[in-house]
Design a protein around this ligand. Sequence first.
Ligand code: SF4
Length: 685
Amino acid sequence: MRKSRIKRTKTVCTYCGVGCSFEVWTKDRHILKIEPVVEAPVNGVSTCIKGKFGWDYVNSEERLTRPLIRKGDKFVESSWDEALDLIASKLGSIKEQYGPNSIGYIASSKCSNEENFIFQKFARAVMGSNNVDNCSRYCQSPATAGLMRTVGLGGDSGTIVDIAKSDLIIIIGANPAESHPVLATRVKRAHKLHGQKLIVADLRRNEMAERSDLHLHPKPGTDLIWLSAVTKYIIDQGWVDREFINNRVNGYDEYVKSLDMYTLEYASEVTGLTKEELIKTANMIHEASSTCVLWAMGVTQHLGGTDTSTAICNLLLVTGNFGRPGTGAYPLRGHNNVQGACDFGTMPSYFPGYEKVTDPDVRARYEKAWNVSLPAEPGYDNHQMVDGIQEGKLKAMYLFGEEMAFVDSNSNFVEEMFGKLEFFVVQDVFFSRTAQFADVILPAAPSLEKDGTFTNTEKRIQRFHKVFEPLGESKPDWMIIQEVANRMGANWNYTHPSELMAEAASLAPLFAGVSYERLEGWNSQVWPVGPDGKGTLILYEDRFAFPDGKARLYPVAWTEPFKPDDTSYDLHLNNGRILEHFHEGNMTYKSEGITHKVPGAWVEVSPELAAERGLKNGGLVRLTSPYGAVKIRVLVTENVKGNELYLPMHTQNVDEAVNRLTSSYYDLVTHTPNYKEMKVRMEVL
Ligand code: SF4
C-alpha cells in the first residue's frame, strides 16, 4: 500500500473580498495547517481567524454528496442522470409554455469567475434570457452605480497596498477590522507607524472608530448630507483642486449649484454632527496630500445608497483625489468573489467586462462567437425575480451557491415566494435553508475541491488549485452547469476552467490578456488587463473611463430613510458582520474551532437603553418589525449608543436571523435592499 504524503497546495480564501492567498497543507483529506507565504500578493504572511481555521467544513458529515429530488414532503437520493434529466425536462417545458423570461438564474459570489461565466452563458445563449444576477444586488451594486456615474468603471481605484500609502483614509459605514481584517491590519499599521490620518463615520464605535483621529456618528441614513456639506465647505473655502477640475472633470458649475442647500447649519441639524466636526473633516481633507474613501453596506443598503456612493465620488473629484497613489474610491467587496461574479457577467444588464446587453455591436460579437441569437433587453435582477414570482411572471429558478432564503431582505416574503415556484433547482455544498424550497438539489464541490480563479476587491485575479477530490458524488459547479446546458441543447466540451477563462478573455476587452499561464504560481493580474498581459494597479492615471476621458460630477439629492408610520417601532436596528463568521454561516458554523468560539448571534444594546429597559447581558428579548420578529440574547456594550441596536447577520437559526425583520424596500437605482433602514420595538422575555 502506498504511503500518503503531505501535500502543499495554493488556494485563495473564500471568506472576504481581501482575497488572501496561502498554502493548505494536507495529508489525505486532513487539513494539517494553513500557511501564508511572503509571495502572496495581498496578505504576505498574515491571515485572519477565518482564513486560518475556517476550512474543516469541507469534511463535514452534513455535506451533500448525491443529488436529491423532492418526492412530496421528502427529498430522496437520485442518480445524476435522473436529476439532470428532470431539470432539463422541467426547465424546457416551462420555457416553452411561458417563454424564456419565466425562468430566473441566481449566480454565486462564492464561486469562481469561470463558474459565473459559464452560468451567464447558459442563461443567455442556451435559455435565451438575461434574468441572471448575483449577490452584489444585496451589497455593493449602489457603489458600482455611483462609480459608473462619475468615473466610468465599477471597481476600486487602486490596490490594497496603495490604500496604506494614503495620507488620509476615510472609512464610511464599514468595519474592516472585522469584515476585511487583513486590509484593516495594513491601515492600522500605517496609522500607527507612518502618521496616516483616519476618519471613521459609523453608527458603532467599532475598532477602527476607536483607533481613528475623528469618529463621526451621524444619524442613521444621513451620510449624503454631511458628505455634501463638507464638499460645499471645501468649495467655499477655495480648497478645490482647480487644475484637476479644469483638465479632467465635466459638470463642475452645475454641481456647485446643486450644493446650495448643504450649509453647515442644515447638515448639522439633519445629521446631528456638530459644525466643528464637519469643519474638522473638511480641514483634514484639505491638509492631506492624498485621500481615499473606503465604504461598504452602511452606505449602500439604503433607499439612497447609489446617491450617497455618488456623493463620495463627487467629493474625491473636486479635491483631485483620483489617479494618484493613495487616492481614490474603494467600495469594499464582501464576498470573496462578488467582484468576479459581476465582472464575468452574472448581471441582468451586462455581458462580462461590463459591456451592455443593449449594445448591438457587443451583442453581435457574442452572437458570432456562440453562434446563437441573444436577448437584447436587460433581464430581472434578484429583487425583480422575487416580485416576478408574486406577479406570476417567474415560474422557475436555478440558483447555485447562494443562501437567498437567509440573506435576501424580508425573508418571510422571499420564502413564501419560493413556495410558489413551479420548479426550483438549488446547487450547493450543504442542504441550505434555500434548498428546503427546491425541487432538485445538486451537490456541489467547494473551492478546495476544484480549480479556478477569484477576483478580490482590488480587481486582482488569482488562481486557486484543487486540494482534494470532490466528496462523494459532488462536482464542481461549472461541470454541473455544463451538463445541464448540454441536456438543454448545448454542445459544450469544456474540460478545464482555463478554457472558460480563455473564452472570456477573447470576448471581453477588460480581460484581454488574462490567462492561466500568466496566473501560474503566485502570479496575479489586476484588471483592466491588456492583450500583453499587463494589469492596471491604479485606475484613471491619464483618463477616466468615459469616451472623452473626463470624469463627471453628478448632482444628487438626499432620500430620507424609510420609517414605518407606526411610532411604536422606536429603536433603530443596524446590522452587519463580525470577525469570526461569514455571511449566513453555512461554512463557518461547520468549522468546529470557529463555532466553539462564537456559537450564535446576539443583539448589541447600549448601557443607557439597558438601564432604561432593565436589560442584562444574556437576557432574552423579542425584536419585532412590521415584517417579522426574532428572539435574541442581549449584549450590553458601549459600541452602540442610545436607541441604536446592532444585530450581527450570521446565524444558522432562522428565529434570530436579521432578515426576518428587514423590509422589501430598496435603493431606488439598483434595487439593493435597504437593510440598514430598520425600525423595531423590543420586548423583554
Ligand atoms: Fe480570508 Fe478575508 Fe481573513 Fe484574508 S482577511 S484570511 S481573505 S477572511
